[in-house]
Ligand binder design. Structure first.
Ligand code: 3PG
Length: 307
């Protein structure tokens, strides 16, 4: 009997786990569960007998892959797969997949929610501002970016986007104004919402040169990855621009410096929670289980990311 391990440091909602279990057991496989683990050794031990593993932001290192002697497939229930050592997986003949789009609405709702939170002075009771009529630039127009655009339009925001991999006509067809360069986006918009993956090109790509183009009351919203921010540059801009806000779904490396220097203009969630909804967990978790079943039963590899 094939064994599917769900290994999540940050557990799925119970309803999502129930759905995953149903797919796995209906396929005739056994479900193994490792939640809230505290050491990599616990993961090495759990993965040892698994044929497949479903993860979230859990680190799948070379060591994990070595420990998974029977492992044939890793599915990241979510979008970003910067937590998986793809080269090691490919070397070992392990297929890696993600579940694109399944948790995007949850992330988009959080991005807009953080904008409201920031605009209302972190719910302090002081007079704030509204999102209506403000400019927002969506940096990377993928699944999450598109949902952010739709919600922002509902708020009456003026929506722009930049994505070197999406055509202007595709952006326009969503009722969003495309711009030619990242610089144009940052020059045009008061709000910038980041939605790119973390990779060699994007890591530390958002720093002083782009942020200096934003207004004094600019707002940078990061529900992507902390790694895309060049933190020294961001801090420099927040020192120069007295009303600039940074709202992030996961704390920066220099968390203490941000907290002390920019109190009232900086907010980070205690734990990455963009995709932490019952709906997103259910959609992404069940998609992951179904992809594993279809891989074993039909050789389906549509969402493989380590080709
Ligand atoms: C993703 O890449 O899908 C999101 O960042 C969600 O990550 P999570 O599953 O760790 O919440």
């Amino acid at each position: 009997m094939k064994k599917v391990l769900v290994a999540t440091d940050k557990p799925f909602a119970p309803i999502a786990l129930k759905g995953i279990r149903q797919v796995v057991e209906n396929a005739g496989y056994a479900l193994l569960l490792l939640e809230k683990y505290t050491t990599p050794e616990q993961l090495y031990e759990a993965v040892a007998e698994a044929d497949a593993v479903i993860i979230r932001s859990d680190l799948v290192t070379r060591e994990v892959l070595n420990a998974g002697k029977n492992l044939k497939i890793v599915v990241r229930a979510g979008a970003g797969y910067d937590n998986v050592d793809l080269a090691a997986a490919t070397e070992k003949g392990v297929v890696v997949m993600n579940t694109p789009g399944q948790n995007s609405n949850a992330v988009a709702e959080l991005a807009i929610g953080m904008m409201v939170y920031g605009a209302r002075g972190f719910f302090s009771g002081k007079s704030g501002t509204e999102l209506k009529g403000k400019t927002i630039g969506i940096h990377a127009f993928g699944n999450v970016g598109k949902y952010v655009a739709t919600i922002a339009k509902g708020f009456g925001m003026d929506v722009y986007a930049y994505d070197p991999f999406v055509s202007k006509s595709d952006i326009e067809s969503c009722g969003v104004k495309p711009v030619d360069t990242a610089e144009d986006l940052y020059k045009t918009c008061q709000y910038i919402s980041l939605h790119m993956p973390a990779n060699d090109k994007t890591k530390k790509s958002i720093g002083a040169s782009l942020l200096s183009l934003m207004p004094n009351d600019g707002v940078l919203v990061n529900t992507a990855r902390k790694e895309v921010i060049e933190e020294e540059g961001l801090m420099q801009i927040m020192e120069q621009k007295a009303k600039f806000q940074y709202l992030s779904d996961v704390a920066p490396d220099a968390v203490e410096a941000f907290q002390t220097k920019f109190a009232g203009r900086y907010y980070a969630t205690p734990k990455k929670m963009g995709a932490q909804t019952e709906e997103a967990n259910t959609n992404a978790g069940i998609a992951a289980a179904e992809q594993i079943r279809d891989f074993f039963e039909k050789g389906e590899k549509k969402y493989q990311v380590n080709k």
